[in-house]
Every structure is written in structure tokens, then in C-alpha cells.
Design a protein around this ligand. Structure first.
Ligand SMILES: [Zn+2]
Length: 74
């Protein structure tokens, strides 16, 4: 996986949105084996820009968001 990718526009839009937001069409769900607890979070990879997202499905409501795991800090 490439580190510090530049997210494409749909990824940049999705970043920080509530986890209830549906994934955009370029995102593919990663195998559940790569995730400690598939009920708590799902991981997606964007086929367009290689962004890796964690969709947090458990914990405090304010933490249940789409997190971008491999983008640089801007
Ligand atoms: Zn993307």
C-alpha cells in the first residue's frame, strides 16, 4: 500500500463523514481478515487513488466516521 496518497475528490469528500454515509463507487471492501473486529470497523480501499478508509461502526457516536488511514496531514 502506498503511504501518503493524494485522495481523489470522492475520497476527500467522504473523509470525516459519519459512518452512516454510503461508500462511494470506487471503494472496495477489504477482506475481513485484515480487521481485528469486523463488527467495529470496516476497511475499504479506493481503486482510483489507493486511499484506505476505516469506517468506524462502534464506539462513541462522534467517533463513528470515515477515517482516511494513509493520507498526509494537510
Ligand atoms: Zn479515492
Amino acid at each position: 500500500m502506498d503511504l501518503w496518497i493524494q485522495p481523489c475528490t470522492p475520497c476527500a469528500d467522504l473523509y470525516g463523514k459519519p459512518a452512516t454515509e454510503t461508500p462511494h463507487r470506487e471503494l472496495t471492501l477489504n477482506g475481513a481478515g485484515g480487521v481485528k473486529d469486523a463488527r467495529a470497523e470496516e476497511h475499504y480501499t479506493c481503486v482510483r487513488c489507493r486511499a484506505v478508509f476505516a469506517r468506524i461502526l462502534a464506539g462513541p457516536p462522534g467517533r463513528q466516521i470515515w477515517m482516511l488511514l494513509n493520507a498526509g496531514q494537510h
